[in-house]
Design a protein around this ligand. Sequence first.
Ligand code: CA2
Length: 153
Amino acid sequence: MPNTVYVLNGPNLNLLGTREPEKYGRATLADVEKLVVARAKEFGWAVVFRQSNHEGEIVEWIQEAAAKKAVGIVLNPAGYTTTSVAILDAIFAVKLPTIEVHITNIHARESFRHDSYISKGARGVICGVGVAGYALAIEGLAALTGARRKGKT
Ligand code: CA2
């Protein structure tokens, strides 16, 4: 699936918009999907949008993205950010441009959220701008891959 971006979401992000809105906002994950699908479409890209509460499933999806020759990956690793060598290894292995996204500014939160394993393999990191960060990550992938906006027909 060339011209496809994988947007992967880690544990508990299925709760987005339903709990802790003061931290994570009121947009649901379905709203985020709509946002990224619309932005990716501007570049002629389709989106595979998924969420998992399981580390290994995220690893498998990163490998799948490479097997399908995806353009790149947008990843909010959520609670696996500071623990998952396995997800980092998958990012290194597949060599697809990967943008790490966090809805909140992880550096302004508890210190245990600061040190991301994923950032060591990501080409770019966006945090603290809410769910808009996902759309910015699509822009980032376009910048990194030299993709241009398609003219409206
Ligand atoms: O800011 C982010 O996007 C985070 O990746 C969110 C993670 C947190 O562990 C990271 O440090 C920063 C938590 C995701 C939990 O998602 C929820 C969403 C709504 C309500 C409760 C949890």
